[in-house]
Design a protein around this ligand. Structure first.
Ligand code: FMN
Length: 328
């Protein structure tokens, strides 16, 4: 229904790619998205070789790709070889300089996706030879730079790509939660979308039912961009990155008071660890983007793909009559 340069290049039915969400995007979710006609990416995240091997094995027979947190991959570069041994449909690099890893990916004949948050990062992704640039606005769940919104970043990067490297494809990311978001991203010049939050809230995601119920109850005002959970988890994120997640008692207490959090780290880390075990989301982190307000049900990932594609096609005047497209 929605044929784009992305669907043609990857031989997929819908221009919808699953974000490689650390641990959330395991084989179960990635294969469900691919089976429904999108493209699933396993979340290599901070890098756990055993987890990655297990998920690739579980996905065997279905075309899936894999994504890495680049600054973390730089500390465990062997993980890229591990991923490439499995013949991934794509490798996505986010959060860091893609240049050192671009050659191995591309010489393995694997399409390279680079997630960027600014025009400057988009230029560097093109310099590195990205086959697909993913322009992520600050609405997105999870990490990013957060200085740009999807609505302006996507057309900015679309113009840059058209001038500098017209064969490079572009995905819009950040706040794309339903057919309206997909239609908008295509209208802004993207060839498809990368979706995180909406797939986090599906039956196949590696997220607990309790966390999902908590998120479904939240609206789009309920998120915040912050570094407090990176501090309390002692994750070494480069200074320009922070992450969007649900606001709660913990973020209300510490956001804006990071030096004090540093000073109270042992107690705060103990409180945080206990809350994670108890799934107490007043203190534990729950990573979703602004699009969480549009998530009203936990459904199979395939339904998300089909609904999003069908509704976007209707909105763009390329689909079946409105009534039929919106049901189911
Ligand atoms: C729970 C969660 C975990 C994420 N983990 C990663 C990750 O490990 N690597 C990555 O490149 N992006 C990660 N992201 C960001 C996504 O790649 C993507 O940019 C984002 O989800 C898009 O915005 P949306 O959440 O509004 O769809 C994560 C996002 C979420 C919601």
């Amino acid at each position: 229904m929605l044929t784009t340069r992305l669907t043609r290049a990857f031989g997929i039915e819908h221009p919808i790619v699953l974000a490689p969400m650390d641990l959330v995007s395991g084989a179960r979710l990635a294969t469900a998205v691919t089976a429904a006609g999108g493209l699933g990416l396993i979340g290599g995240g901070y890098g756990d070789a055993e987890w990655l091997k297990r998920e690739f094995a579980a996905a065997a027979g279905t075309r899936v790709g894999c994504g890495f947190i680049t600054w973390s991959l730089a500390r465990r570069p062997g993980l890229l070889d591990l991923a490439l041994e499995h013949g991934p449909a794509a490798v996505m690099l986010s959060f860091g300089d893609p240049a050192p890893f671009a050659d191995p990916v591309r010489s393995a004949g694997v399409p390279l996706l680079c997630q960027v948050h600014t025009l400057e990062q988009a230029r560097r992704a093109l310099d590195a030879g990205a086959d697909v640039v993913v322009a992520q606005g600050g609405e997105a769940g999870g990490h990013g730079v957060g200085t740009r919104s999807t609505f302006t970043l996507v057309p900015d990067v679309a113009d840059l790509v058209a001038d500098r490297s017209p064969d490079t494809l572009l995905l819009g990311a950040g706040g794309v939660t339903d057919g309206r978001g997909l239609a908008a991203a295509l209208a802004l010049g993207a060839d498809g979308v990368l979706v995180g939050t909406r797939f986090w809230a599906t039956q196949e995601a590696g997220a607990s039912a309790r966390a999902q119920a908590h998120a479904v109850a939240a609206d789009g005002d309920a998120t915040v961009r912050t570094s407090v959970y990176d501090i309390v988890r002692r994750y070494d994120w480069p200074a320009e990155y922070n992450g969007r997640l649900l606001r709660n008692r913990f973020t209300d207490r510490w956001h804006g008071r990071e030096p004090e959090l540093d000073a109270h780290l042992p107690q705060a880390a103990a409180e945080f660890g206990a809350a994670v075990s108890a799934e107490d989301f007043d203190v534990a982190h729950l990573i979703v983007g602004e699009g969480v307000g549009l998530v009203r049900d936990i459904v199979p990932a395939g339904d998300v793909v089909r609904r999003m594609a069908r509704d976007a096609a209707v909105r763009l005047g390329r689909g079946a009559p409105r009534k039929a497209a919106l049901s189911g």
